[in-house]
Design a protein around this ligand. Structure first.
Ligand code: 5GP
Ligand code: ZN
Length: 118
């Protein structure tokens, strides 16, 4: 998937602020952070989303990195939100599976904002 921006980051073809580079996964800071801390975790292999036959072990590897990344970022105690935008209706914009870890300030309760529908 040479046209995939996250594959390019995983391959080192474009730069990113890497937080964790560990085996089959890579974590790096979001280019347009939605909070003081906004880190993305990706598998280095291209999966378009959670429905793309992602091995259970890969999902476990990705999610088990979350609390460690939170600790590295200093938000383990204060808390953080973990988000996967999966597919069109979730407004996934990059078609390479990724997990958002967002924190650093208190957030409003709730996390689902549907666009207006007729
Ligand atoms: P999505 O909307 O697909 O769940 O999230 C994609 C995220 O990737 C967005 O938060 C966006 O800011 C981030 N992003 C898009 N392009 C780049 C990039 O080239 N580098 C980095 N570090 N983040 C990116
Ligand atoms: Zn990719």
């Amino acid at each position: 998937m040479s046209e995939c921006i996250f594959c390019m980051i995983a391959n080192g073809d474009i730069p990113a602020k890497v937080v964790l580079d560990e085996g089959d996964i890579l974590a790096f800071d979001d280019i347009a952070p939605q909070g003081p801390i906004h880190t993305l975790i990706i598998p280095k292999h291209h999966y378009s989303d959670m429905g793309d036959a992602v091995p259970a072990e890969m999902m476990a590897t990705i999610f088990s990195a979350v609390p460690r990344i939170a600790a590295m970022k200093g938000i383990a105690e204060s808390g953080y939100r973990v988000i996967v935008n999966n597919g069109r209706d979730a407004a996934q914009t990059v078609g390479h599976l990724h997990v958002h870890v967002i924190g650093g300030n208190p957030m409003a309760h709730g996390m689902v904002h549907f666009v207006d529908v007729d």
